[in-house]
Design a protein around this ligand. Structure first.
Ligand code: A3P
Length: 368
């Protein structure tokens, strides 16, 4: 287990090495037991080889962030698809009112409305300049997404992070791999849930260790709150479980943070509720592209929509397996000296207005 000081050192070295990442990758520790991709360890995290070799360098050297960009960040299977739908519908409600019959989210998978940054650079057939050119074409405000850890991001980004209980994220990941095993070329015989659990607890999984991914963003969200200066990152930390409890309240907080708060008139017209409804599991599951289509990256659209509840891990794991995850996470957080708690920190989600930002306050015109 690494101490917090060792982790800080690792973070510094990690930042310095992004430029020479392609040469570095073959020398990094390798993990091949966690499908669907071979992982390498860098900066304390296990990430897909291609993400490290092509994605991370391009995010730093080729991607040109804009002050109005919003980056949605998550550990995989934490509610990314939902967050993408909500943020996209909110940012573009002037052009695409949620009630519109031809709304992009009624025709396309949320992953095809909001591209992943590093995954686009890592897996596209095109070279990095061509991928960047496509990102340049996206209408402002650009909503982008990432599974990268906070310490791998460029500076000056407005980030919305979604966190989920580790046991639910683990089970959701395993079921996702099982559902899309054919298209991902995974042999599930060699990846039983017990194996997924052990790898998860060792942090040797896509984006792992999950708790470290979460804690980096949580600490960034608190550290920078109220003290932001030029060049600093702004992070809004949301919890999947809290969003399930209060989707309308969470969406209002997010919209304010994104710089496109709902006006009183919009609230009275029910625009917030209409977006929540448009992005609900029920509605998204009905969309043809999400039932029978594939995303631009070739994954079955329906693999992203399952139950969408909190605590479903207990339908698949024994109480002992659940305790094993909780114990590992608790021990790791104690070693790190972190006050973070997955059950919630007792504080209500921060009002976005309490977060200092030197980014433009508003960039999105509400529909007339
Ligand atoms: P479950 O497998 O527990 O049902 P990601 O989008 O990061 O891949 O996370 C997938 C999880 O989010 C899945 O969880 C999925 O069902 C859930 N999800 C997808 N769309 C959702 C929505 N509109 N509302 C709530 N949860 C959603």
């Amino acid at each position: 287990m690494a101490s917090s000081h060792e982790e800080d050192e690792e973070e510094k070295q990690c930042l310095a090495s992004f430029a020479k990442m392609a040469e570095l990758v073959p020398t990094l520790p390798l993990e091949t037991r966690c499908p669907p991709l071979p992982l390498r360890q860098h900066g304390g995290f296990w990430l897909p080889e291609a993400t490290l070799r092509r994605g991370v360098p391009a995010v730093h050297a080729v991607f040109a962030p804009r002050p109005t960009d919003v980056l949605l960040a998550s550990y995989p299977k934490s509610g990314t698809t939902w967050l993408k739908a909500l943020a996209f519908a909110t940012a573009h409600r002037a052009v695409h009112p949620p009630s519109a019959h031809d709304h992009p989210l009624r025709r396309r998978n949320p992953h095809d409305c909001v591209p992943f940054l590093e995954i686009g650079f890592a897996f596209a057939d095109d070279d990095a300049d061509a991928v960047a050119a496509k990102l340049e074409e996206l209408p402002a405000p650009r909503v982008l997404a990432t599974h990268l850890p906070f310490s791998f991001l460029p500076e000056r980004l407005r980030v919305v992070y979604i966190c989920r209980d580790p046991k639910d994220a683990l089970v959701s990941f395993w079921l996702f791999i099982r559902k899309s095993s054919e298209s991902l070329g995974v042999d599930m015989e060699s990846f039983p849930l017990q194996e997924a659990l052990e790898l998860f607890c060792e942090g040797r999984c896509f984006g792992g260790p999950q708790w470290r991914h979460v804690v980096e963003y949580w600490e960034a969200s608190r550290r920078r709150r109220g003290t932001g200066g030029a060049g600093e990152q702004q992070v809004l930390f949301l919890r999947y479980e809290e969003m399930l409890r209060d989707a309308v309240g969470s969406l209002k907080t997010m919209a304010e943070f994104m710089g496109c708060a709902f006006s009183r008139e919009e609230e009275e017209r029910g625009v917030v509720e209409a977006i929540v409804e448009l992005c609900s599991m029920e509605k998204l599951k009905e969309v043809e592209a999400n039932r029978n289509g594939r995303t631009g990256l070739g994954v079955r659209g329906d693999a992203f929509f399952r139950k969408g509840v909190a605590g479903d891990w207990s339908s698949h794991m024994t109480p002992e397996m659940g305790k094993m995850v909780d114990q590992v996470v608790e021990d790791e957080l104690r070693v790190r000296g972190s006050a973070f708690c997955f059950a919630g920190d007792g504080e209500p989600a921060p009002a976005a207005s309490s977060i200092h930002t030197d980014l433009p306050p508003s960039f999105c015109t509400p529909p007339t």
